[in-house]
Design a protein around this ligand. Structure first.
Ligand SMILES: Cc1cc2nc3c(=O)[nH]c(=O)nc-3n(C[C@H](O)[C@H](O)[C@H](O)COP(=O)(O)OP(=O)(O)OC[C@H]3O[C@@H](n4cnc5c(N)ncnc54)[C@H](O)[C@@H]3O)c2cc1C
Ligand SMILES: NC(=O)c1ccc[n+]([C@@H]2O[C@H](COP(=O)([O-])OP(=O)(O)OC[C@H]3O[C@@H](n4cnc5c(N)ncnc54)[C@H](O)[C@@H]3O)[C@@H](O)[C@H]2O)c1
Length: 452
């Protein structure tokens, strides 16, 4: 078997891993990056995650036919996959190794192709960036059904399902619901939780649910999934609520019940790397594992699962190994997030619900999206914007923007919070017109402060 030694070994071609590989190679260090699938050069985001899903969402909003949108998505992903491969493989000091990595010890990693060991790699430093994969709930009859899919399988379809059943009303469930509704599929969303969007304020959650229902979605909340069986081309899901059994039938069933860290099969049992209950690699605030010279980056170490947090993990490594060591997980600050439905739901920091639960004092500002001129221009005036301000410091404590283009506007709030700006800076700032950002003038206007 071939034996190779590198200064740096990166396992997994994810956002953090590829960015780190390029940076290390540019520093003149030898670096190898191992990827188990040629389909995944560049990782989840560009191949089976953010980019293909948003391409399908945007084309659906434009009224594109599904088959045309799928072709566009395939060609976009193919282009990005190649670009990502060459971004690393063309670097003089970098090597891309095709195969599945498995630790044999704290210092040795075996690479296999189709189950056959092909290489043994030793490295001074090892970075684990193996991402996460869909959690498959255990459903009676699931192995016999040909219609159960994850988000990856659903995006590989060439034809839209006439009726899509979605299990899970989190990020993936809601984004795929909005996506397939826009292509004209019938959509039923089933969740075991009886409260919709439990972490959101109720007024926001009710708006989101109502808007999805207006677009045609049917919600079944508080249901357990008992079993599945196929009849002709359709699948029937047996579901129960409060002891009452029901059947729902559809052509495809999307399982969107969360994603778990990719650690099984990685041979961690052969190392001294510690793993948490959810299968995630335990790291400290510098992303160091319990084994010296081995780090874990991205979804694999648990916590928020976003491409931008994986990228920030790269920044932490850079800061710790080559910089002033100031950047850590604990000083990352508040993270913004967006669910790409119509309109987009974006959050940062505290909601009213959380503020009340933890007894935090706040001033509340509230604006209907219908009063924003750009909403009228876009022909999409649904939505509600809320922001919480600290009554003592006048800094922004959090915001929920359920509005068109809120995935852009939320970044202004994120920057203002990071810079500890008083809310009046956003209220009095001169924005270009007509834009959704200028809604911040109005959101923070005295007239929109809610008396609590
Ligand atoms: C449908 C969907 C939509 C999403 N949309 C968004 C979004 O809009 N915005 C956002 O920020 N996030 C989104 N996410 C989440 C985001 O994609 C992930 O959080 C992010 O890609 C994680 O990156 P990572 O660096 O941890 O690893 P990944 O990009 O997951 O890369 C890990 C790589 O490691 C490889 N690998 C695993 N095990 C081994 C092994 N043993 N040997 C060799 N290689 C291995 C895998 O094949 C994979 O390529 C979405 C996810 C999904 C599924
Ligand atoms: N726009 C984005 O940033 C974006 C988009 C897609 C995915 N992601 C990332 O991917 C991760 C995974 O997304 P996800 O939607 O799979 O998970 P999620 O955690 O967001 O939602 C899972 C949902 O499934 C429900 N559920 C769990 N088990 C169930 C069961 N047995 N039966 C019925 N319902 C069940 C939960 O109540 C929850 O509502 C997200 O946490 C997010 O970090 C991000």
């Amino acid at each position: 078997m071939e034996r190779r030694t590198f200064k740096n070994l990166i396992i997994g071609f994810g956002k953090a891993g590829k960015t780190l590989a390029k940076s290390l190679a540019n520093k003149g260090e030898s670096v190898a990056i191992v990827e188990q699938s040629t389909r995944m050069y560049g990782g989840t985001c560009i191949n089976i995650g953010c980019i293909p899903s948003k391409s399908l969402i945007v084309n659906g909003q434009k009224g594109e036919a599904f088959t045309e949108a799928v072709l566009q998505k395939f060609s976009l992903v193919e282009k990005l996959n190649k670009k990502n491969y060459h971004m690393i493989a063309d670097e003089q000091n970098a090597t891309v190794i095709d195969g599945k990595a498995r630790f044999l010890s704290d210092h040795e990693v075996e690479i296999s192709e189709e189950g056959k060991p092909i290489m043994l790699v030793q490295a001074e430093r090892i970075f684990i960036n193996t991402g996460a994969r869909a959690i498959l709930p255990s459903i009676l009859g699931m192995s016999e059904s040909k219609n159960l899919v994850t988000s990856t399988g659903l995006m590989d379809l060439q034809e839209k399902p006439e009726h899509l059943l979605i299990v899970g009303s989190g990020y993936i469930g809601l984004e795929f619901a909005a996506m397939f509704l826009s292509y004209g599929s019938k959509v039923t969303i089933i969740d075991s939780h009886s409260m919709f969007l439990p972490r959101q304020d109720r007024d926001i959650a009710q708006r989101v649910k109502r808007d999805l229902e207006d677009a045609g979605a049917v919600f079944k909340l508080g249901y357990e999934i008992n079993g599945v069986f196929d009849r002709d081309e359709e699948s029937i899901l047996n579901i129960t609520r409060d002891g009452q059994a029901e059947e729902v039938q559809g052509n495809k069933i999307l399982l969107a019940t969360g994603r778990k860290p990719n650690t099984s099969g990685l041979g961690l049992e052969n190392t001294s790397i510690k793993v948490g209950e959810a299968g995630h690699i335990l790291v400290n605030e510098k992303l160091e594992t319990s084994t010296p010279n081995i780090w874990a980056l991205g979804d694999v170490h648990g916590g928020p699962q976003f491409t931008y947090t994986s990228l920030d993990d790269f920044r932490i490594i850079e800061s710790q190994l080559y910089g002033d060591k100031s950047r850590t997980l604990s000083n990352r600050g508040e993270l913004a997030s967006s669910v790409f439905i119509t309109p987009t739901l974006s959050n940062i920091g505290l909601t009213e619900t959380i503020a009340q639960a933890q007894g935090t004092k706040y001033r509340l500002f509230r604006l209907e999206a219908t009063s924003i001129p750009k909403s009228a221009v876009l022909g999409q005036s649904k939505g509600l914007l809320k922001a919480l301000v600290d009554p003592d410091t006048q800094e922004i404590l959090g915001a929920t923007l359920y509005a068109e283009e809120s995935h852009e506007v939320i970044n202004i709030l994120s920057l203002a919070m990071k810079a500890k700006l008083p809310y009046t800076m956003l209220r009095d700032h001169i924005y270009t017109h007509p834009t959704m950002s200028e809604a911040l003038n109005d959101l923070f206007a005295p007239v929109n402060e809610v008396k609590l």
